[in-house]
Every structure is written in structure tokens, then in C-alpha cells.
Ligand binder design. Structure first.
Ligand code: C2O
Ligand code: CU
Ligand code: CU
Length: 500
């Protein structure tokens, strides 16, 4: 099985101009809208769900069963999902820095899976290489040629958690099928806490809300509508997939609920925002006004808070923000909006300030942490994320090549700071595994307002150049860097670096 035939790399009918870039502004992102056949629910009726928290037991063990479940997402309809423990989002795994965790996954789904901990400083063999498949329990592991490792039924991922407090997330990463499998529900939060963060006095407990933002489309019977021919175990040769640009849904979900509503006290809240959408970018804002005080990024605390009135978020990115609801009169309805959306997708969720000015002991210190600036050494690498031509076919490429799990594209040395330059043709959120990076420049200028701190995913707009400083440590082996538009990723926009 060669890479290209498995992928069914598309012969594209036209160039960029002929494809379905939604909206007229390129700022909106790359993707094509899938419309729901089910009637869309009225916004701000469904209560915001908070995923259950799982803390490691003896030996650091967390056990998760991946299974099919039917859940109510749209009121009155049943939606079959693939869920970690049968829920979407999966349980929030809550861990401490320096306390290793062993996550044992059991696959009771009808398809192979691969779990990746996004943002994890994880040894290569536990990182979730896309061809290291966990086959469904009972599946014959010897069937078919395959060039990754194979487990049947269960496998364990050992995470050292040797990294600072941050909002991580785990999601499926199976070769060619990350888009459909995450779409069906395989995504959850994984939080790391540490003493430094605990000492700050940030809002906590009920005033700390993880918010996973995704978009989906639904069929009339409530099932998820994803324009892919797969959910079978075996590949269909020569299948042509469309939706090359990426899949956008017309229903915005937060923690798996459509345009939910939550009651909040007139007090500060910590919102851990995650864009877990396949291709949709958001520009979040608060209506009738207000600001996000950003305290953290993908890789944990910023050095100092950064205030934003709008917050752009590409797929894979996290923003840790504090919003002070005491700034609104009690009884206010505060809507989290999306300035890149239209009609229903211009809204995300609502927060109702229902309680009397409540006791609030939380603070947002002016100094949060120390972020040591990385100084790049002599090694520079360029990574071009473009639509490319490969033989007679065209598809998404990195440096002109589609992903090949057998090829190594770079060999960075552990401990050395390198300068990586990302270049794009269209919107591509670039994600690097193993270690976070610092953004040095955007289009040859200062980084943007939301580029501060340690990032592992960076939003690149069309024809943009972003330079970052990156340093890999501790773990030798093969890791991925790729576009986090999941359809681009599935259509080969990935590369491999091997730390040496
Ligand atoms: Cu969030 Cu390589 O992935
Ligand atoms: Cu990752
Ligand atoms: Cu991309």
C-alpha cells in the first residue's frame, strides 16, 4: 500500500479560486460548509456541560474505553458518537507536574484509533504516531500490510508530565482519519497543574471552565454529517475525497452542546478556551463588550497578562483567559460571539450573570511566570505549507511533499534552539509535537497580540511567514509537525522530524 493510493490524493478541478473558500474574506479561513439537515436549535437554551474530571489512581493509572454511544446533542434527537468513555468531550484528565500518568485506552469502536496528547512533552513511542494503531478488541492484528506498530484491544500511554501547568488535550490521530474520528467525538481535555500556578490565586473550582469549541453538522435523524466515505476499518482504494479545504459545520458546540448557556456569578472566571474544530477559525469577542485577560497560551502561563477585546483562534490553539463578570450588571446576558461567523455561527455561547455580587478572592497578578526567551543558534529550517503537485496529483504538502511515515524531514539536536520559518499559501494552523516554541516574528514584524508565550500551534494566514524559536529536549525519536486543519492533515500535510 503506498501512501498516495491509500490517500486517494485528489486531482483538483481548479485552483484556489475555484474552491469553496467560505465567505468573501480570506481571513475567515479555509474550509467548506456542510449544512445540517436537522433543524437548528434555538441558541442559549441548552445548559453548558462540564466534562467529568478523572484523576489518576494508584500507579498514575487512568483507564478510558473508546466506544460508540448515542447522546443527545440537538434537543430531541439522538446522535451516535465515538467517545472516550462514550462521551463527547471525553473526560477531563487532571494531572500534576512531575507525577507520571499511565493512560490505558481500550478500543471498543469499530475502527482502529491512535491517541495523541496534544501539547504533551511525551516520549516518541507514547506520542501517538499515526500508524501505531490500536485495533478494536477482537480484531486480527496480522491482517493486512502495515508499517506501524499494532496493538489489539488495549494499549497504554505513559506520560511523564515533566512539564509546566498547561491546558492540553487528547484526540485521535489515526493516519488519514483524524478528521472524521475527532468529528465523531474523540477529543478531551488533559490539564496539568503545578505549584507555581496554584500560588497565583487565579479563579478556580466552579469558576474555572474548560470550553472546547467545535463546529458540526447534523443529518435529519441527528447523526453527525461528515462528508467522508470512511468509517470502515479497511481502506477503499481509489476513493476520491472531496472537502479538500476542510470541513466547517453550521452548529457551534461548546463542550458538545449547541450554543449553550451557563449561569455565572458576578465574579472573575477562568476560561480555558480550546478550538477543537477541524477547520474553523474563530475570532471571539464578548457582547455587549468586555475583555479577555489572557493569562496563558498553549504551553501554560504567560509572563504577564495580555488584554484582548477579540481573540483569534485557529484549530488546535488554546487560550487561557480570565473574564470578570463583575463588570456587568447582575442580570446581564453576555454572549461569546465569533466575528468570523455568519448568522448562527457568529454566536458561540452565552453567560448569564445571575448572582448578586459574589465573594471573589481571586486575583490576576501582574507577573504570572517567567518565560525565558529562546535565542536561536545557527540552525534554520523552512517549512512551506502549500497545495502542491505530486506526480499527476495535487494535494496538501509540506515543502512540496505529502507525508510519508518512512521519511524523516529534519533531524534537530536535543537541547539546541533552532529557528523555524513557516510559510503558507492559505490558512494553515501549524502544530509541532514534543515541545512548544516562541513566536519571533510575523511577516517580518513583531508577533501579533495573541502570539505571546509558549505556543505549540500557530495560526498562519494566507501568504504569511512566521518565524519561531524551538528547542526540543529529553526525548529522542520521530515526531510530527503538521497542519492542524484536520482535513489538510488527513490529506498529507504532515512532516516528520527526528530528534537526535
Ligand atoms: Cu492536536 Cu498532531 O495534533
Ligand atoms: Cu500534538
Ligand atoms: Cu492546512
Amino acid at each position: 500500500m503506498t501512501r498516495l493510493s491509500r490517500r486517494g490524493f485528489l486531482a483538483l478541478a481548479g485552483g484556489v479560486a475555484a474552491t469553496g473558500l467560505v465567505g468573501c474574506g480570506m481571513e475567515q479561513g479555509t474550509g467548506e460548509l456542510v449544512r445540517s439537515a436537522a433543524p437548528l436549535p434555538a441558541p442559549f437554551r441548552v445548559p453548558l456541560p462540564i466534562p467529568p474530571v478523572r484523576r489518576p489512581g494508584p500507579g498514575g493509572l487512568v483507564e478510558i474505553t473508546q466506544r460508540v454511544a448515542e447522546v443527545e446533542i440537538l434537543p430531541g434527537l439522538r446522535t451516535p458518537i465515538f467517545g472516550y468513555d462514550g462521551i463527547f468531550p471525553g473526560p477531563t484528565i487532571e494531572t500534576r507536574q512531575g507525577q507520571p500518568v499511565l493512560v490505558r485506552h481500550r478500543n471498543e469502536l469499530p475502527v482502529p484509533t491512535v491517541v495523541h496528547l496534544h501539547g504533551g512533552h511525551t516520549p516518541a513511542e507514547h506520542d501517538g504516531w499515526p500508524t501505531d494503531l490500536l485495533l478494536p478488541a477482537g480484531e486480527d492484528a496480522t491482517a493486512g500490510a502495515h508499517h506501524g506498530q499494532v496493538w489489539t484491544g488495549t494499549r497504554e500511554h505513559a506520560y511523564p508530565m515533566n512539564q509546566r501547568a498547561a491546558t492540553l488535550w487528547y484526540h485521535d490521530h489515526r493516519m488519514d482519519f483524524t478528521g472524521p474520528q475527532v468529528y465523531r467525538g474523540l477529543a478531551g481535555f488533559h490539564l496539568i497543574r503545578d505549584a507555581e500556578e496554584d500560588a497565583l490565586g487565579l479563579p478556580s473550582g466552579d469558576r474555572e471552565l474548560p470550553l472546547m469549541i467545535t463546529d458540526r453538522a447534523f443529518d435529519a435523524d441527528g447523526s453527525l454529517r461528515y462528508p467522508s466515505l470512511d468509517h470502515t476499518l479497511h481502506q477503499v482504494p481509489g476513493v476520491e475525497r472531496d472537502w479538500v479545504e476542510g470541513v466547517l459545520g453550521d452548529v457551534i458546540l461548546v463542550n458538545g452542546a449547541p450554543w449553550p448557556v451557563a449561569d455565572v456569578d458576578a465574579a472573575r472566571y477562568r476560561l480555558r478556551l480550546l478550538n477543537a474544530s477541524a477547520a474553523r477559525r474563530y475570532e471571539l469577542a464578548l457582547a455587549p463588550g468586555g475583555e479577555f485577560v489572557q493569562i496563558g497560551s498553549d504551553g501554560g502561563l504567560l509572563a504577564a497578562p495580555v488584554r484582548h477585546t477579540t481573540l483569534g483562534m485557529a484549530p488546535g490553539e488554546r487560550f487561557d483567559v480570565v473574564v470578570d463578570f463583575a463588570a456587568y450588571p447582575v442580570g446581564s446576558e453576555v454572549t461569546l460571539t465569533n466575528r468570523l461567523g455568519r448568522d448562527a455561527t457568529a454566536q458561540v455561547m452565552r453567560l448569564r450573570v445571575v448572582h448578586r455580587p459574589a465573594r471573589d478572592d481571586s486575583t490576576v497578578p501582574v507577573r504570572l511566570s517567567t518565560v525565558e526567551p529562546l535565542q536561536p543558534g545557527p540552525v534554520r529550517r523552512e517549512w512551506r505549507f502549500t497545495r502542491g503537485r505530486v506526480g499527476n496529483h495535487r494535494g496538501w504538502t509540506v515543502n512540496g511533499l505529502p507525508f510519508d511515515p518512512a521519511r524523516v524531514d529534519a533531524r534537530p539536536r536535543l537541547g539546541e534552539v533552532e529557528l523555524w520559518r513557516f510559510v503558507t499559501d492559505l490558512h494553515h494552523p501549524v502544530h509541532v509535537h514534543l515541545d512548544p516554541f516562541q513566536i519571533l516574528s510575523r511577516r517580518g514584524r513583531e508577533p501579533g497580540p495573541s502570539d505571546a508565550g509558549w505556543k505549540d500551534t500557530v495560526d498562519l494566514r494566507p501568504v504569511e511567514v512566521v518565524e519561531v524559536a524551538v528547542r526540543f529536549t529529553d526525548h529522542r525519536g520521530r515526531f510530527l509537525m503538521h497542519c492542524h486543519n484536520l482535513e489538510h492533515e488527513d490529506m498529507a500535510m504532515m512532516a516528520t522530524f527526528e530528534t537526535v
